[in-house]
Design a protein around this ligand. Structure first.
Ligand SMILES: [Zn+2]
Length: 138
């Protein structure tokens, strides 16, 4: 399916769905598409990028998405660094203390081994895992 912005000769623009781009051409030629505002059948495609995946430029798009994801992670990391205490390798120990009320509740971040993470899950300690980017200057 493709969605096009269609414009009639009175400059009304409306959205219409077609099985594919050739279906639009065929229907427009046969005057089967009419403007919902004025009923005009003299329509043409309004200039816009249709929401179609053509497979073209996918590599560029992937690259863009990857760059976007890295930016988001970097922002998230910056947010965590600003709003939570870095407890480094003592993450499991500190998370446990907070969970059992042995220390004041606060946001922490740090590292946990796979085994520590599994143990914390077993104990019902809530925590999240995110892929952490190691800065070259760290
Ligand atoms: Zn119209």
């Amino acid at each position: 399916m493709v969605v096009y912005d269609v414009r009639c000769s009175h400059d009304h623009v409306f959205e219409a769905w077609f099985p594919d781009s050739s279906a639009f051409e065929a229907q427009a030629k046969k005057r089967e598409i009419s403007c919902p505002v004025c009923g005009d059948v003299r329509v043409e495609r309004a200039p816009m990028a249709p929401n179609v995946s053509t497979g073209k430029g996918d590599a560029a798009r992937r690259k863009e998405l990857a760059a976007h994801a890295v930016r988001m992670l970097t922002n998230m990391q910056a947010f965590i660094e600003k709003n939570a205490d870095n407890v480094g390798p003592r993450f499991a120990e500190e998370a446990r203390k907070i969970h059992y009320g042995e220390t004041s509740t606060r946001n922490i971040y740090g590292r946990a081994t796979d085994q520590e993470a599994a143990e914390m899950k077993d104990e019902g300690i809530e925590f999240g895992e995110i892929p952490w980017r190691h800065r070259s200057d760290a």
